[in-house]
Design a protein around this ligand. Structure first.
Ligand code: SAH
Length: 209
């Protein structure tokens, strides 16, 4: 792939690096062509560390936010991950770099976003990523249990269906709250209850539906 954005991407990685203590995440950010995921008229801003509109009233998260969430996610290659909110597919591609594309399952509410993300991911070689249209609050039971799940949209509370679909010892990461949100990093105990850690204030688009 000819990649005239390579040096811009390297600068982006250097910008977020101080907030990331996991080299695998930095390598993933270096590998995924973010400019291919944003609308063509936004390409020149693709490697700025800020959110960008992706259509349907939605936004792709800023690179540092994807990096922080990917760093919190304690996964190894081969672990199965559920993503709620595919959007343009960028975050899913970063996760695919960590676990392998066939281990990423993503649910998107907007049919057009889902279709475009699926096509884009396939074109860029992440064809093993599974994308389905639906309400992420219901998770994706067919592929459960997951080693981890994360939300890229803010939810008033962690939906019980998603928590149920994560294995004991697994992890759920989500921006939780209406208005003000906290990035919640939860581990599922053997009895099914959650041990929650707050990872600071964040601002994500709200869960739809
Ligand atoms: N990870 C995405 C970020 C997209 S923004 C990226 O890299 O582009 C959040 C996404 O969550 C939007 O695409 C929005 O449509 C989706 N979303 C909102 N509510 C949802 C729901 N109930 N179920 C599934 N997806 C939802």
């Amino acid at each position: 792939m000819s990649d005239s954005y390579k040096s811009a991407r390297q600068r982006m990685v250097e910008t977020v690096a101080p907030r990331v203590d996991d080299d695998r995440v930095l390598e993933a950010l270096e590998a995924v062509p973010r400019h291919e995921f944003v609308p063509p008229d936004r390409r020149d801003s693709a490697y700025a560390d800020r959110p960008l509109p992706i259509g349907d009233g939605q936004t792709i998260s800023a690179p540092h936010m994807v990096a922080i969430m990917a760093t919190l996610l304690t996964v190894d290659p081969g672990d199965d991950v559920l993503e709620i909110g595919t959007g343009c597919g960028y975050h899913a591609a970063v996760t695919a770099e960590l676990v392998g594309d066939e281990h990423v399952y993503s649910v998107e509410y907007g049919p057009a976003l889902a279709r475009e993300a699926r096509d884009r991911l396939a074109e860029l070689g992440y064809d093993g990523v599974s994308v389905r249209v639906g309400d992420g609050r219901e998770g994706w039971p067919e592929h459960a249990p997951y080693d981890a799940a994360y939300f890229t949209c803010a939810t008033p509370e962690l939906p019980s269906a998603v928590v149920e679909q994560v294995r004991p010892g697994g992890q759920v990461i989500a921006p939780v709250g209406t208005g003000r949100q906290t990035l919640v990093d939860a581990t599922k105990r053997p009895d099914g209850s959650l041990e929650r850690t707050g990872r600071g204030g964040v601002r994500f688009v709200r869960l739809r539906g």
